[in-house]
Design a protein around this ligand. Structure first.
Ligand code: SF4
Length: 293
């Protein structure tokens, strides 16, 4: 179900400094539908039933963002657009909120970080290119599984892994950082020699220099939705996952072995972990922006 709202506040502060403390989310919920999505908790908090289907559209986001960025207290921190939703999920084709947001960003010359699993971002490449000439623009995508059949099980609404690699590579030299994340690393599925080779060689062939990595983290609702999918499609792996994820964090022995394996393939293709952050500021702006959006 789609519902439209007028948001009272759109800039949200959170404690996690990576990549920045400040988020703006044009939508609530996300039809990309990643079965490991950590953000599912956000809908539970709001009392909405299905994070992957019940999408809330903040129709006034650009006007409200303009107001908040115009505040004298705002200190031009870098803003991540889309912390708990994918800004280029399918519904963006209809609402076209992102070009309006970019116009506001352009007016204020405010640094931004954009992250998406959709190549719909290419629709806005001209305005992103313009923005990157006047402020800091970082763009990131993440990939996990190369094989399309398995990829669709876990990320049914995302662009294919190869298209995401090509998409992020096309921002090399335009955005300050064009970041490929190999994440989440899904045990037994994305850690195989075949999958690692397919992803890292495709990244290398497309001119990507830097890959950052992160393991699957299963908090609350993410753990149950992920385990359901494993039970349905890979029942032979379910007990192994239960052993690896006795808590929300991955078993440390597996993690250390897999880190060595991944570092070896990164060395083979000479990838770095380079990501140049804009140092986030913990500021006194919370009195203005202290409610969740
Ligand atoms: S794209 Fe991001 S926010 Fe959307 S479902 Fe996937 S992990 Fe969650």
């Amino acid at each position: 179900m789609i519902s439209e709202i007028e948001a009272k506040k759109v800039l949200t502060y959170h404690e996690n400094p990576f990549p920045t403390h400040w988020d703006v989310n044009p939508y609530r919920g996300c039809t990309v539908g990643c079965k490991y999505c950590f953000a599912q908790y956000a809908h539970q908090y709001l009392g909405l039933p299905d994070f992957f289907k019940d999408i809330v559209v903040k129709t006034n986001i650009s006007e409200q963002l303009d107001k908040e960025l115009s505040s004298k207290k705002w200190q031009k921190n870098q803003i991540k657009i889309g912390g708990t939703t994918d800004l280029y999920q399918q519904i963006e084709q209809k609402y076209e909120l992102m070009p309006k947001i970019y116009s506001v960003i352009k007016k204020h010359k405010n640094p931004i970080f954009i992250q998406t699993k959709s190549d719909l971002i290419l629709r806005d490449k001209a305005i992103i290119t313009e923005l990157s000439k006047i402020t800091t623009v970082d763009i990131a995508t993440s990939v996990s599984i190369f094989d399309e059949k398995n990829r669709k099980i876990f990320e049914p609404g995302a662009t294919s892994t190869l298209s995401r690699i090509k998409m992020i590579a096309s921002f090399n030299g335009i955005s300050r950082n064009a970041i490929l994340g190999f994440m989440p690393i899904i045990p037994y599925l994305s850690d195989t020699d075949e999958n690692l080779e397919q992803i890292f060689s495709a990244a290398h062939q497309n001119g990507i220099k830097s890959v950052i990595t992160s393991f699957l983290f299963l908090n609350g609702a993410a753990k149950s939705s992920f385990f359901k999918i494993i039970e349905k499609h890979f029942p032979q792996l379910l007990d192994k996952y239960k052993l690896l994820y006795k808590s929300q964090n991955l078993d440390p022995v597996y993690k250390s072995e897999m880190t060595a394996k991944i570092n070896a393939i990164k060395d083979k293709y000479q990838f770095t972990n380079q990501f140049e952050p804009v140092l986030p500021q913990k500021s006194n702006q919370l009195s203005l922006f202290d409610e969740p959006n």
